[in-house]
Design a binder for this molecule. Structure first.
Ligand SMILES: [Fe+2]
Length: 306
């Protein structure tokens, strides 16, 4: 009998996996106490790599694949690496106890590595240096402590980094010690809420959209096959608006802006959230397609959006 407890993070998954004969039970820890009995090939998009026959050694159980998205549920520090049609590499990883999603855009020929919200400096450093790369730019969606957790380490390893963020993300001192981290931007975006600007370096071309509400100065970034939502959107929901500096009305305006952008992009692009939280089926994919986000995300489908 195989028991697969769906928790938040593949490491926890693997800790909980006991493979053998019989049906698969999937329980959602903290969400649902009663396990669901599910067939080996799930309509929900989850494939358990081995069911029946001889037990598979844990070392060979590498992932619970989310077939719909052709992606892994990444383990902490594990990287999904792809090359977009224009030759720009896109690396995506999940790091830290808050399941922060990081995306990097890499122009290898130009030696440019731009990372969104790097959580763990040493993990990024070792992954990049293994391929002869170094980070050159950090792009901040916002400056909540979890998103800026890697800032001191990155700057100490790479003092010449360009650090980009929206000017409004420089928060007052009153708030800075509670939920924000002090980040010294070397360069700032300053467009009004709801507006986008193009950001480019080497062959990397990103659209940066000011989407405040969850946090002041929040931005989303899209290009090269991904929409990195930060905490504007998670796969099935949106960022909370009850924190210091949050503004619920701004957030709904930003959700509307985000929906417009998502509708204008190819549905097959990946929508990468700021955190890997639950999808509508109880699984926790690292990303969903833009088409699925538009169809199922509750914030994007709120009747109040009009
Ligand atoms: Fe946040």
């Amino acid at each position: 009998m195989a028991h697969v407890h769906v928790t938040r993070g593949v490491r926890e998954h693997l800790e909980a996996v006991e493979l053998g004969l019989g049906p698969i039970y999937i329980g959602m820890e903290g969400i649902c106490a009663l396990p669901l009995v599910l067939p080996p090939m799930l309509d929900l998009g989850v494939v358990v790599p081995h069911v029946g026959g001889s037990p598979t050694p844990r070392s060979q159980v590498t992932s619970l694949r989310c077939r719909r998205y052709e992606g892994f549920m990444l383990g902490e520090g594990e990287f999904d690496k792809r090359v977009s049609e224009d030759g720009i590499e896109v690396w995506v990883t999940m790091m830290g106890p808050y399941l922060n999603m990081n995306t990097a855009f890499i122009d290898r020929m130009a030696g440019i590595v731009a990372i969104i919200d790097p959580f763990d400096a040493s993990e990024w450093s070792s992954a990049l240096s293994a391929e002869g790369l170094e980070p050159t730019h950090i792009l901040y969606t916002h400056t909540h402590r979890d998103h800026a957790a890697g800032y001191p380490g990155m700057l100490s390893l790479y003092p010449d980094l360009e650090v980009w963020g929206h000017v409004d993300a420089r928060v007052p001192d009153l708030l800075s010690h509670m939920v924000f981290s002090e980040v010294a931007f070397t360069n700032e975006w300053a467009q009004p809420a709801g507006e986008s600007i193009e950001w480019s370096v080497g062959g990397i071309r990103l659209t940066v959209t000011h989407t405040p509400g969850h946090a002041p100065g929040h931005v989303t970034l899209h290009g090269h096959g991904v929409f990195h939502a930060g905490d504007l959107l998670f796969t099935n929901g949106m960022g909370r608006v009850d924190l210091p500096g949050s503004d619920p009305m701004d957030q709904w305006d930003s959700i509307r802006t985000g929906r417009e952008i998502l509708r204008s992009l190819p549905g097959s692009w990946r929508m990468i959230p700021g955190h890997r939280y639950d999808w509508i089926d109880g699984s926790t994919p690292d990303w969903v397609s833009i088409a699925d986000a538009l169809k199922h995300n509750y914030a994007l489908n709120s009747p109040g959006l009009g």
